[in-house]
Every structure is written in C-alpha cells, then in structure tokens.
Write a protein that binds this ligand. Sequence first.
Ligand code: PMP
Length: 395
Amino acid sequence: MKIGNTIYLDHQATTPIDPHVLAEMVPYFSDSFGNPHSSEHCIGWEAARAVEHAAERIAQLISADADEIIFTSGATESNNIALLGLVRRAAGGERRRILLSAIEHKSVLAVSRILGRQYGFSVEQIPVDRDGFIELHALRDMLDEDVLAVSVIAVNNEIGTIQDVRQIAGLAESYGAVFHCDAAQAPVAAFPDGIFPRGAILSLSAHKMYGPKGIGVVAIPREIQEKIEPLIYGGGQQNGLRSGTVPVPLCVGMGLAAQLLTTDDAEERRVALRRHRDAFLDGLKSLSWPISVNGPIGRARHPGNLNVRFAGFAAQEILSALQPRIAASTGSACTSGFPEPSHVLRAIGLDSYEAESSIRFSLGFGTTDQDVDNALGMIDEALKRLSTLGQVSSA
Ligand code: PMP
C-alpha cells in the first residue's frame, strides 16, 4: 500500500480508513445529523438507532452486550476511565493494589502513576519474559484478596506479543479482582472468537482497526459498571459513565469497522498479512546485514508486526534515510516524539543501544508483494548508504 510514493508500514500507529466505513459515515455528517440524545423527536430517534446499531456490532466483535459499550475518544481515554474510574470508586476500600505489566501502553502506565501518587494505591509490575509474555506463575504469586485490578495489554503495539488474556482474566477473577485489558491492537491481530476475555473491561480504538480517528470504546460488563466512577460529568449519557453527546458518524464508522473484522474475509486478510510479514522477514534475513527479531516468533504474534534490530545502526538514522519512501517507526507513535529508548524493549531485556537500533515495521491489509519487494530494496540501499557515509552508530 502506497500513500503517494511512500510505502506505508506503520499500521500499528494508525490504519487507513476502510472506504466502506467512510461511505457509511458520510450521511451522518449531513442528512442524518440528529442528536442521538434528543429523545422527543424522530430525527433524534434515527441518530439513536444508528448509535445503537454501532454498539451492537462492536458488542458482537467482543462477545459483549450493546449496553456494555461506552463510546470514548479513543483507547487512551478508555484506559483512563477503566483504571482511574475503578480506583476513584474504590478509594476507601480494602483492595488497594493494582497489578500491570511493564509493557503496557503509555496511557496505562501514565495513569497508573497517578493511582499511586494521588490515591495511594500500590501499583506493581507483573514480570514478562524475553518475548513479552506475562510470567503466569509470578502473577499467581502476586494475586491476593487485596488486589483491586489487573491490567494487561492483549496485543503489544511494539513487539506484537499476543497474550493469553483469557487465562490471565481467569486468574484475576479467581481472586475477585477486576481484569482490564487494553485490546486496541487485538481486533486486527486475531480472530475475535479466539482472543477477547469475558467478564473483563476492554479498551478499543477505531483508528487501529480501519475505522476513524477520535473514537474508541470502553466495554464495561454490567456487573462492573457500578464499580466505576465517571471521569466526565454532564447530561448523564451512556449510563452516566461518560457524559456528552456521542459523535454519531464516528460511532457508525467504528461499528462497521468492527463488523468487517468478524467476517471470513477478515480472516483471509489476516492470513495474507502474516504471509507478507513472513516474506518481509525472510527478505530481511537474506540481505547481508546482521538483524535480530524482538518479540516472539510464531503464531502468538500480531500477523502484521515485525520489530527488528539492525545491529550497529541507529534506528532514527535508518528511518530518516528511508524518507520519503518508507513510513515505519521506532515503536509507539505516542512515545516516538521523545528521544528515550522504548520502555517495551527495555522491559524484555534489551539494553538502550539495542533498543535504539530497533525498528517496528507494521504491515497492513493493503500491503502487497510489490511493497515488500520494494521496501527490501530500499532498506538494503539505505543501509549501504549509511555504512559508506560512516553513520553507523556505536549501537
Ligand atoms: N493502547 C494501545 C495498545 C495502542 O496501540 C494505542 C495507540 N498507540 C493506544 C492504547 C491509544 O489509543 P488512541 O490513539 O485511540 O488513544
């Protein structure tokens, strides 16, 4: 998939919107512009029906019910509602520990620091192994009746690790703890029936799944909703959990994006994605540069994710040398404005030089054989150029 002359290999930062999704959204910007919370007239009812339909489609993706779907501005807000919301409601209670992994997205890690600093909760890290898998025996040892919540990312946005979140959810629940799962990267990565844990709070983001930016969902099981203190107060929309008028076109877009990922066609796309990613890795291995893969090899990895370390090179230099021909990144787009090495790569045991020589390529449903071949040629050429220019880092 090319954007102008650029091969786009950064789908875990954001995906392009599916044209069918965009087409279904358009009428809700113009003709069907009603406020879904206007309960006294037919224009409002029509908008409300569209939002309800979208919630049903998203609920179907994750095996929830439509009234458990709370629309937010994206997974960052969803993660904040889940963790801050739980802690604010439980502030005076007996359960005062939160367990999470060191490879969570920044939006989980940043809010967890507030839980410690402002609310006095003990926020503890569940160890991960070299591939980013949760050490289940360590989690088992850490769990007790004083744990309020366990939060684990379903599919890592940097190294692609697909966690067994169902097993983790089961463990957490056996101690009466709430399980929260940042599932923003999960809908593209895996067949829905095989991944989403039941009874958990789930965070999703439309722009990671071929939907529009600016919308996400926090799915909160009915029996857990009363354990969440809202972060936004107002007209009491969405069961009072997130006040404010919901953006109907964005909800409609996210609804269709979710539905499209439940089809057989989506499963075929995941298979093709894996094939392209594997061909890309084989191609990189056949070039004469020393590379190593960060994260797991095999099926428990996002089919479009490839995080590769180019020993002796600085990732930033490679990425600049590839401009404007390839768009990839050093990791999480939310982090890459900062010069610090990836916290995920550090957590799986890489030193800062190794982390700074690593690039995340994330292929998408639109990536072609031609893109893979062309990208390999461009990378080889860029590395040759950097070597002859003497820009090889001390990494
Ligand atoms: N969680 C994960 C795993 C992500 O990949 C992202 C996006 N980088 C987010 C949360 C934040 O999502 P949003 O951009 O919708 O706020």
